[in-house]
Design a protein around this ligand. Structure first.
Ligand SMILES: Cc1cc2nc3c(=O)[nH]c(=O)nc-3n(C[C@H](O)[C@H](O)[C@H](O)COP(=O)(O)OP(=O)(O)OC[C@H]3O[C@@H](n4cnc5c(N)ncnc54)[C@H](O)[C@@H]3O)c2cc1C
Length: 379
């Protein structure tokens, strides 16, 4: 390791989002001296701007493996940190093709997916009367409150000896050392978990993986006339077009063709119509998606109009029955591959979730990366 450092640790982690925290957890569990560095004064990235929906049940391939491990880690963290968590999520069908696709999905995953009838869907998701034709409950899904979760995990890691250095930007990274705006840090292992800002630290790697930014419009609303509390995250036919676990359902093509042809404006917004309710009763409403190397900070009111119109329709409310509490823009790394795990130089590990499923897979991915560093197979 390089000499003349201001600070020396075993593991230095750049980025205090969920992916960085996952690595810190895995490192402190192994008895390492761990430092997490973030340029923000506190976490303000994707990890607190999301729905808090860990959509474990609807993944496939590597994402499913990471999601299942992530689920175990969320349950453990809930126990150890007291963070708010509940299990299960719902997909509401509002058309025959959606119900058919859900039944095909449930038939493939009988242990994880439970079909429920329209009355039960209506009673458990807050959807307006007569709107649902049926649905499923995703048994392995988990919901957390992102703002509460990040704060609790950070406090917990601190209590176990992990050091956090906020308001500190990492400028350059080499084997065994990194230069920050507050001095030099020496570390045998360096993990870079900076989400879409990877293009600033490792531009060639970001270009190789075709990493771009995805911007999203989000709202938190209060709905005084909500018919029933949402017993978990609530997904719709639009969500079924996004998650890889649904892909094997023959009826899905019909869902896509119908939604895209009947609702071209919503298709152009790349909509995922979904809702999560927080413990205070407010509901997170989302979301739209737009991609580019830069994301304009100027959010289109037309997109919010559509999200609010859809929410009113879904929950059977008059247009003025929904009050906006907050609006925000989310940004995350987006690339053709779901994950980016690379070691551009010895001892430096770049780790990113390059689709919008970091809350679902990030902890498990981090756990796997640290296991491969410290307990390599065949070593
Ligand atoms: C609106 C929205 C909704 C979403 N919904 C869901 C969902 O329901 N379920 C789900 O699974 N996923 C969801 N996601 C995706 C998920 O939130 C992300 O995949 C995940 O949070 C990424 O975590 P991260 O730790 O990589 O990034 P972040 O949380 O963004 O953390 C990266 C950190 O790196 C720091 N950083 C960057 N550069 C430097 C530097 N040079 N020096 C020091 N620090 C630096 C930043 O300050 C930041 O704190 C959503 C995302 C958004 C935006």
């Amino acid at each position: 390791m390089a000499k003349n450092m201001d600070q020396i640790v075993d593991v230095a982690i750049v980025g205090a989002g969920i992916v960085g925290l996952g690595h810190a957890l895995a490192a402190i569990d192994r008895g390492m001296r761990v430092l997490v560095i973030d340029r923000g004064a506190e976490q303000t990235g994707s990890s607190i701007r999301n729905f808090g929906h860990c959509c474990i049940t609807v993944q496939s391939g590597a994402a499913q493996v990471h999601a299942e491990r992530t689920r175990e880690l969320w349950l453990r963290l809930a126990e150890e940190t007291g963070l708010w968590l509940r299990e299960g999520a719902f997909v509401v069908a509002r058309a025959d093709d959606e119900l058919a696709a859900l039944r095909e999905f449930a038939a493939r995953r009988p242990a994880q997916v439970e079909e429920i009838d329209a009355d039960e869907v209506t009673a458990r998701t807050g959807v307006g009367a007569g709107i649902a034709t049926g649905g499923v409950r995703l048994l392995d899904d988990v919901q957390v409150n992102p703002r509460d979760a990040l704060a609790k995990i950070t406090a917990y890691l601190r209590s176990r000896g992990v050091e956090f250095q906020f308001q500190t930007a990492v400028r350059t990274i080499r084997t065994g050392r990194l230069h920050t705006t507050r001095g030099r840090v020496g570390a045998d292992t360096i993990v870079v978990a900076v989400n879409h800002d990877l293009d600033q630290l490792f531009p060639d790697l970001a270009a190789q993986y075709e990493v771009r930014r995805c911007g999203l419009d989000m709202l938190r609303v209060s709905i005084p006339g909500l018919r029933a509390p949402l017993e978990g995250p609530v997904l719709t036919g639009w969500s079924m077009l996004r998650y890889s676990g649904f892909a094997g359902s023959p009826s899905l093509a019909g869902v896509r063709d119908r939604l895209w042809s009947v609702h071209p404006t919503l298709a152009a917004l790349d909509l995922n119509q979904m809702y999560t309710q927080l413990p205070d009763g407010t509901v997170i409403v989302g979301d739209t998606h737009y991609r580019g190397d830069a994301i304009a900070p100027f959010q289109q009111e037309a997109a919010f109009d559509e999200l609010l119109r859809l929410a009113a329709e879904f929950f059977g409310q008059a247009p003025d029955g929904i009050r906006v509490v907050e609006r925000w823009q989310g940004v995350y790394a987006s690339a053709p591959a779901e994950f980016l795990v690379e070691s551009p130089v010895e001892g430096v590990h770049v780790v990113g979730v390059t689709t919008g499923i970091g809350m679902t897979t990030g902890l498990g991915l981090a756990d796997r990366v640290m296991a491969e560093i410290y307990e390599p197979v065949g070593a």
